[in-house]
Write a protein that binds this ligand. Structure first.
Ligand SMILES: [Zn+2]
Length: 630
């Protein structure tokens, strides 16, 4: 029997565990009944590891939510996005439980929060009640489940955090409410060549393979040959009983020729580290296809705490003329176990490959994989010509690495210099590389159309900067293409755009990012003379747009008891909403998903009466007013 790292707690964990006897935590919703999860702790989300468990609420809002253990309310947060209505309870053992996306709080907490909101004249609020101001007994009703904040369906998000506010896996407590006898499922394995001399099936690059089930184990349906340093990635998920949701797999281990080379056990992390998920998984595949492949090797720049690897950080080395075995073990929190087993046959690289189904190229094309530029060109004669590559006023002769059918493949190590152009069989190709940005240190770039200021550690690894400028005078629109969204960014970088077009209304003109379909998303920006500065955590295409359209207001319900409006803004988005009656501020709760604001009275029995004034401001500063008499 293979030993699950999910069950083998380290020393620090053991001491925390022993302070939490079995049954310390009550399941916070429908305790005693079978419950179902739509998300697990550590699960891979687009930009973070999921910090808790998502408990299904029978598809409805309004189920009672209970304090999981004795403790006092240490924090209350109300926001239109994020966790929505959230409660934090600090327990005597030093842990905190978190209950998020609540529809509403219990009466006493709701009264306390509403008073604070009226005092601060703000819907969004964060409160830290005094110790023992709200002492809560285990099982006491603290609120009702909902769908508030950036939740996209009714559920309760429940976390257990250690004394340093690091989330730990609630399923460690073996809640009998959750059943899981389904082992993790595996969909694909990917292999990546980690240097210029490595190959997968004779080729350089990253290659995905669907797996098949062979008895109890998964395996590759076709033999794969390899050579050199290879990184292995896996696309996997876990299902729990009674729910179709694809949840995360916390524990993964890989061994190579019988020796463990990689292990992950996502059982705790710091919120400050959670964005490292962008290099825990393959970033480009995640962004382009939404598939999050877990790397079973640890990239430089990855400081997440839950790995154990061999000296080569999980990268396996394939020798020629040998057969290597790879065994991957996966476990969920209920010790259900899955294996993937396959062999990699070591084959020395050949410079001539024949592959059926290989789509050749009729033009010269290039791509960047790791630090190597891969150029593909059609084979034009028996003798394959070399590529002349120009870098920093030097000319380099690059011979082909290999040919596949009628395509020649050339590899250039970018650390040798950024290429300006290349010549192949009298055909010229120019590149657009502007700078090599090191991952760890600060870096400034000054270009014709833009400047970049990159703080230290804002990037995870080296970035080969490209940039482009496109002007469409007929539409009075210019686009700034800043690199490509194939590199993750950890912390905001500062960008200064130097527009060529004139924008008479600076105040209403801001930076917007453009997605592939051309949809604009507000990114903000501050003008400094004719330049505009903004921050971003994504590379991509940006433009400047002027928003001179006022937000829209549509009253839905207006009576002495209730005020409901639909509010919308076309371009820059709603920044502020203020409602007054006879000059007195009224609390309006904002549901951005429904574009609705609804009133909540400070004194439930006092009717709304008097001169009502609603003022909506968008991010560009456009104001829409609505007034009436009640
Ligand atoms: Zn959640």
């Amino acid at each position: 029997m293979t030993f699950s790292p999910c069950l083998g707690w380290g020393q620090e964990k053991a001491s925390l565990e022993s302070s939490q006897p079995k049954g310390y935590y009550l399941f916070p919703i429908r305790p005693g009944d079978q419950n179902f999860l739509s998300g697990t702790m550590g699960e891979l989300r687009p930009t973070h590891f999921h910090a808790g468990i998502d408990i299904k609420t029978l598809g409805v809002e309004g189920l009672e939510v209970y304090a999981s253990s004795n403790g006092y309310l240490s924090r209350i947060k109300v926001s239109s996005g994020g966790y929505g209505n959230a409660l934090y309870i600090l327990h005597p053992n030093g842990t905190t439980t978190v209950y998020a996306h609540l529809q509403r709080f219990n009466q006493a907490i709701a009264d306390y929060v509403r008073k604070a909101q009226y005092k601060k004249e703000s819907f969004e609020i964060e409160l830290y009640p005094e110790k023992d101001q709200f002492f809560l007994k285990k099982g006491e009703k603290i609120g009702y489940s909902g769908n508030s904040g950036s939740s996209s369906g009714a559920h309760l998000h429940f976390e257990i955090r250690d004394s340093q506010q690091r989330p730990i896996n609630p399923l460690k407590h073996n809640f009998s409410e959750i059943r899981d006898n389904i082992a993790p499922e595996v969909r694909k394995i990917a292999f990546r060549t980690m240097d210029k001399n490595s190959r997968i099936n004779g080729q350089y690059g990253r290659f995905e393979f669907r797996v098949i089930k062979n008895g109890a184990k998964y395996t590759l349906p076709v033999p794969v040959t390899a050579y050199g340093n290879i990184g292995v990635e896996i696309l996997t998920h876990d299902k729990l009983n009674g729910a179709h949701n694809r949840n995360g797999v916390p524990c993964i281990e890989m061994s190579f020729d019988g020796a463990q080379v990689f292990q992950q056990n996502i059982d705790r992390f710091k919120f400050s580290e959670t964005r490292s998920i962008l290099i825990h998984t393959d970033y480009q595949t995640s962004r382009e296809k939404g598939q999050r492949f877990v790397k079973m090797y640890v990239d430089s720049g990855n400081e997440l705490p839950f790995y154990e690897t061999n000296q080569s950080k999980g990268i396996i080395k394939i020798a020629k003329d040998s057969t290597h075995s790879v065994l991957i073990n996966l476990w969920d929190m209920y010790n259900n176990h899955t294996q993937v087993a396959f062999e990699l046959k070591g084959t020395e690289p050949s410079n001539t490959l024949r592959l059926t189904n290989y789509k050749g190229t009729s033009k010269i094309s290039y791509s960047l994989i790791n630090n190597n530029l891969m150029v593909k060109a059609p084979v034009v004669s028996q003798e394959v010509p070399c590529v002349y590559l120009y870098s920093n006023r030097m000319r380099y002769q690059v011979d082909h690495a290999y040919t596949i059918n009628q395509t020649a493949v050339f590899l250039w190590d970018m650390d040798q210099g950024l290429p300006d152009s290349l010549l192949y069989d009298d055909k010229k190709l120019t590149f657009n590389y502007k700078a090599l940005i090191p991952g760890a240190t600060t870096f400034n770039y000054f270009g014709e159309h833009l400047e970049l200021q990159i703080p230290s550690k804002a990037l995870f690894d080296t970035v080969f900067l490209t940039s482009d400028y496109k002007l469409d005078s007929s539409k009075h629109q210019e686009q700034f293409v800043i690199c490509r969204d194939i590199y993750p960014i950890r912390k905001n970088i500062n960008v200064t755009l130097k527009p060529r077009l004139k924008y008479p209304d600076h105040q209403r003109t801001a930076v917007y990012s453009l997605d592939k379909r051309g949809n604009a998303a507000y990114s903000g920006g501050r003008w400094d003379g004719e330049k505009v500065r903004f921050k971003t955590r994504y590379w991509g295409t940006f433009t400047l747009l002027t928003d001179s359209i006022m937000p829209e207001i549509k009253p839905l319900i207006l009576n002495s008891d209730k005020l409901v409006f639909r509010i919308k803004d076309a371009l820059s988005g709603i920044k502020k909403y203020e409602l007054e009656i006879d000059g007195k501020w009224v609390l309006m709760k904002y549901d951005y998903k429904k574009n609705i604001i609804r009133s909540e009275k400070i004194e439930p029995k006092t009717p709304f009466k008097g001169a009502l004034r609603l003022k909506i401001t968008d991010n560009a500063g456009n104001v829409k007013n609505y007034s009436t008499n009640l």
